[in-house]
Design a protein around this ligand. Structure first.
Ligand SMILES: [Zn+2]
Length: 70
């Protein structure tokens, strides 16, 4: 019985993605904004602006963008 309810909880947590309720346009503009955040960061950041290395913050911003672009 306990096994059954924990399986149900697992399926519920796998439910709809947070962005699936947004319209295509909302995702598009969110992705656009995320990309601009990424570019803005790259110009201002000590690491990203002066080296070819991307810091963790840039990586996080890029992942947000890629997540919206799927
Ligand atoms: Zn950076």
């Amino acid at each position: 019985m306990a096994e059954h309810s924990s399986r149900q909880r697992l399926e519920a947590s796998r439910g709809p993605q947070p962005f699936s309720t947004l319209s295509g346009n909302a995702i598009e503009s969110a992705a656009h904004r995320a990309y601009r955040d990424y570019l803005d960061h790259a110009t201002d950041c000590e690491i990203c602006a002066h080296t070819s290395i991307h810091c963790e913050a840039a990586d996080a911003l890029w992942r947000v963008y890629r997540g919206l672009r799927r």
